[in-house]
Design a protein around this ligand. Structure first.
Ligand code: XMP
Length: 516
């Protein structure tokens, strides 16, 4: 569901760049609401007053290739400010009468640009600045009305614009951190050129989302799966505000949760949501479904399908339900669904890619346009306590994707105990809040150890802890050695069946947060 915003917005048209989501992310960081639209849906942007400007993203194609992503001329007839980035620059210039050519060699990495003249796009940025380039083509001749705004050693038009029409374009990527003044450039475009003064606010988001859910749902019923995590709790609370008793919440104990988590979650949700949560014990169903399955994507699909089956059968007496609500976030959607082909599917996150096609419900995803930190802000405005909001993210398929190889009841128990020790030590040492996400992973191998003069041949656990802003990129957490030492000692001493602990020191990319 796209949340209807009554607040001003800068739309981002996606031409397939790996950086597209960063553009929206940075715009929101400067306090401007922003959403991404695949380029071939550009018509949805037309005649929408709240869209005050449009960014045309980069992309891997060449504008002169057959079948290169293109848009009609209507967008240019609207008179809204436009900012073309990389491919977006080339497309804009070509459509407005300029010329594009292949660069003699592909330019990738840091570059320095020199500004030319005065421009609103570069307000409060120095005459010379470092930027990040990644392009194979370049603009050879500007369209009528455009003037050069910056050049680099290798290209004459590193930035250009038509100040009268509010059209700007840059060959470099202002959205990546390596562009020193990229945030200021995006701020200048959205705040000054698109004239958006108001801050993107959680209050406006809550009001408009609640109103939209109410209108869409009418007198019908909504089923919401809750996990006790931040996202589903915030989603359920919004829907609760919108439709009250028409909402039924279900918590499925899939047997793949953390140690003791099922009861804790049930207690918290009952206390917080002001209405009883239906807890369904489906542990055996999930474990049976997963028996013998080792492929991560198959596991996700099985878990996703079992969730839906359980929802359906557990709630027939409460229904009929026309809507299924989920706490899906923006990054889940970006990573799960390829926008028209160019970006690759990395993992199908169960609450998106793994859903059966014949779902039988209409989906409500009120957080589908938000990043995690924004969900936490919304949650705070809704009065949800920090103890719940600051919980680390936990994947929908739970320990199912942290047990590499066979998922059996015994292996679940083993991992639960190791994971519990890890999290407890992070909390006790004050590290938990510094970390985006942490957990233990059970490896599908055994190693030799020695305990009390006896040879052991037992399982290995890897500890994973990362720092991140939104889960899209992440770095391994620099947990103090003494904390790691304590965790390792405790796991090996207290969990029979584990004789080795490893710490994962990979960042994302090129690795991912979860091992599967
Ligand atoms: P990766 O492993 O892709 O994870 O770097 C990014 C974030 O997504 C979470 N994750 C999932 N969440 N269903 C979910 O609901 C899934 O299948 C899934 N896989 C990964 C992961 O925990 C991290 O926060």
């Amino acid at each position: 569901m796209t949340t209807k915003q009554t607040q001003p917005e800068v739309a981002v048209l996606d031409f397939g760049s790996q950086y597209t989501q960063l553009i929206a992310r940075r715009l929101r960081e400067v306090g401007v609401f922003s959403e991404i639209y695949p380029f071939n849906r550009y018509k949805e942007l037309l005649d929408r007053d709240e869209i005050r400007g449009v960014v045309l993203s980069g992309g891997p194609s060449s504008v002169y290739e057959d079948g290169a992503p293109d848009i009609g001329d209507e967008l240019f007839a609207e008179g809204k400010p436009l900012l073309g980035i990389c491919y977006g620059m080339q497309l804009m210039c070509r459509k407005l009468g300029g010329a594009i050519e292949a660069s003699t060699n592909r330019e990738y990495g840091p570059a320095t640009i020199d500004r030319a003249g005065k421009s609103r796009l570069f307000t409060e940025t120095p005459g010379q600045q470092g930027v990040w380039m990644s392009h194979g083509d370049r603009v050879a001749a500007l369209p009528d009305g455009f003037t050069p705004l910056a050049s680099s050693g290798s290209i004459p038009f590193a930035a250009a614009g038509d100040e009268t029409r509010g059209y700007y374009c840059v060959q470099f990527h202002p959205e990546v951190v390596h562009t020193e003044h990229g945030m200021q450039i995006l701020r200048n475009f959205s705040r000054d050129i698109c004239a958006i003064e108001s801050e993107w606010s959680t209050t406006v988001f809550i009001d408009s989302t609640v109103a939209e859910i109410r209108e869409r749902v009418g007198t019908r019923k909504v089923l919401c799966g809750v996990s006790g995590g931040v996202d589903s709790t915030v989603a359920a609370t919004l829907i609760d505000q919108a439709v009250g008793e028409q909402l039924h919440t279900v918590f499925v104990d899939n047997g793949l949760l953390r140690l003791g988590e099922a009861s804790e979650v049930e207690r918290n949700l009952n206390a917080f949501l002001h209405r009883p949560v239906l807890r369904v014990d489906a542990r055996n169903l999930f474990l049976n479904g997963l028996r013998g399955v080792t492929d991560p994507e198959k596991k996700r699909k099985i878990i996703g399908n079992t969730f839906i089956d359980v929802f359906k059968s557990a709630t027939t007496d409460l229904g009929p339900f026309e809507f299924l609500a989920q706490g899906t976030l923006y990054p889940d959607r970006i990573e799960s669904v390829s926008v028209n082909g160019p970006s690759h599917v990395i993992k199908s996150h169960h609450n998106v890619g793994g859903l059966p096609e014949e779902l039988g419900f209409e989906l409500i995803e009120p957080l589908g346009e938000l990043f995690k930190d924004e969900v936490r802000r919304v949650g705070r405005s809704l009065g949800i306590p920090d103890s719940l909001l600051m919980r680390h993210p936990f994947p929908g398929p739970g320990l199912g994707v942290r047990i590499l190889g066979d998922v059996t009841a015994d292996r679940v128990r083993l991992l639960q105990q190791a994971d519990h020790i890890f999290i407890q030590e992070l909390l006790d040492s004050g590290q938990y809040d510094k970390i985006w996400q942490a957990g233990a992973v059970l490896l599908p191998i055994q190693t030799v150890g020695v305990m009390g003069d006896k040879r052991t041949y037992e399982a290995v656990v890897a500890l994973r802890a990362v720092t991140s802003q939104d889960g899209m990129t992440a770095d391994w957490a620099r947990i103090p050695n003494e904390v790691l030492a304590r965790v390792s000692n405790r796991i090996i001493n207290e969990v029979p069946g584990i004789n080795r602990v490893a710490y994962d020191i990979s960042s994302k990319p090129p690795s991912t947060i979860e091992w599967e």
